[in-house]
Ligand binder design. Structure first.
Ligand code: ZN
Length: 451
């Protein structure tokens, strides 16, 4: 990775996506919040390094035939059409702004109103097109945890709007929704069929086994069509280490859920595995290999974190220590091992770090006023930050700049050195989420310097 063009493309994709992400609420036009949906997935180069798995403005002219009767419209969130003699099934519907294009491509294959729509989970890049696809008799199938998930997204829509606008580079004013109380249980629920563990139906000689497979979200599901030895896995696996902790903020995602859900898919011995981002994997060996490696990488990080917790180690030491062995290495363009270690640690233990001082509500920067003064004042500290930056110790330099800014938020030399450091880190970053937040820091610094 590290290809700057790819990175810019991705930033654009993510920015565009986040803008339109009101998921079902936006589509129902009762949620004015830009970016209030939960964007979560990845658009990255393949392991071979030469293809983008996702496209922002699709150049696709006809639907991709994955196998007989199964077609894909590719995008930020693929949409799938399964055609049978008795009617069609749509699996995932992409973002609202992609949905019309996807529908057009898939309508060219068969334009019947679908009998069923199945959402692999309630993220905006999977449910965005439901209103466009559904007819009055269409059944919409979702796992029952989607109800709380959609309520939770709506409940915190102001928070997510701010986080998404920062992370995806949307310099928008604080959205109106942030000042409003959105209600605790006010989301629109598109599903007509909700299930707990498993839901099965037959259509046109095909069996659709829809099964709970929690991972990114608790409502995640897989769709298994045994007659075609094909499984749709949503976002259970994609071409990066998973985003088990997401910087834009979300409830904990459980590593062991991923492992269990992947195990369940492995039992199917599928010949074709279709993820909702990226390309289908064909061949039982290739499917098994991809799933096994993914599961083992997740379990490795989980188990090492738990071992470290039991050994009394602190989260920061474990973030430094835990690395995937070469045979399990996955690209980290989206999720990272470090954030996952912290996500697992804090997911299990919460915010208290075992230091009695931490329960006394001492603010993180409380000592900086004294320390910066003792060090000779803000200018002296910035001089030291510059010196460290010159020696390549970017993180120590950044830490000093932040210390000064915590004491004096208008200290322009501190903003200037912070800007330089963040720009350097941004240029070197090969992770989209990290690059997004570094970009936010850069814009913040520039704004402070211009004031
Ligand atoms: Zn997704």
């Amino acid at each position: 990775m590290g290809d700057h063009i790819v990175k810019i493309t991705l930033a654009a994709i993510l920015a565009l996506s986040a803008l339109g992400l009101g998921s079902t609420q936006a589509a129902a036009q009762d949620d004015p919040a830009p970016g209030s949906g939960d964007l979560d997935t990845v658009s990255i180069k393949s392991a071979s390094g030469d293809t983008l798995s996702l496209q922002q403005k699709s150049t696709q002219t006809e639907a991709l035939k994955i196998t007989d009767g199964i077609y894909q419209a590719t995008g930020f969130g693929n949409s799938f059409l399964v055609v049978t003699d008795e009617g069609n099934v749509v699996i995932d519907t992409s973002l609202p702004q992609n949905a019309a294009g996807h529908k057009k491509l898939l309508d060219a294959v068969s334009n019947k109103v679908p009998e069923y729509i199945i959402a692999t989970h309630a993220h905006g890049d999977h449910v965005g097109g439901i209103p466009l696809w559904r007819g009055k008799d269409t059944q919409v199938i979702a796992q029952e945890n989607s109800v709380e998930f959609l309520h939770y997204q709506k409940r915190l829509s102001g928070f997510f709007a701010l986080r998404n606008s920062a992370q995806f580079g949307l310099d928008i004013a604080r959205p109106d929704v942030g000042d409003a109380y959105p209600g605790n249980f006010e989301a629109d629920i598109p599903a007509t069929i909700l299930f707990d563990d498993k839901y099965e139906f037959k259509l046109g000689g095909l069996t659709f086994v829809v099964e709970s497979a929690p991972a990114e979200t608790l409502d995640a599901l897989t769709v298994w069509i045994p007659e075609k030895s094909t499984v749709f896995v949503g976002d259970l696996i994609y071409e990066s280490f998973p985003n088990i902790y997401t910087l834009r903020g979300t409830k904990p995602r459980w590593a062991l859920d991923y492992a269990q859900s992947i195990d369940d898919v492995l039992l199917l011995n599928a010949e074709i595995m279709i993820p909702s981002h990226g390309e289908a994997i064909k061949g039982t060996d290739a499917v098994r290999e991809a799933l096994t490696k993914y599961r083992d990488a997740i379990l490795y990080v989980h188990d090492a974190t738990v071992a470290g917790m039991n050994a009394g180690k602190d989260v920061h030491s474990l973030m430094e220590e835990i690395k995937l062995p070469p045979e399990l290495a996955l690209p980290e363009q989206y999720g990272t091992v470090k954030w996952t270690v912290r996500g697992i640690y804090d997911g299990y233990a919460g915010w208290f770090d075992g230091n009695p001082s931490s329960i006394l509500s001492i603010k993180p920067n409380a000592s900086n006023i004294s320390l910066v003064k003792m060090a000779g004042g803000p200018d002296a500290v910035v001089t030291q930050a510059e010196a460290l930056f010159g020696k390549g110790d970017d993180l120590s330099a950044l830490s000093l700049a932040e210390s000064v800014l915590s004491v004096d938020p208008k200290h322009k030399p501190a903003w200037a050195v912070r800007l330089k450091i963040l720009q350097k880190l941004h240029k070197a970053s090969a992770n989209f989420n990290e690059a997004g937040w570094l970009g936010y820091g850069i814009r913040q610094s520039k704004k402070a310097l211009a004031e």
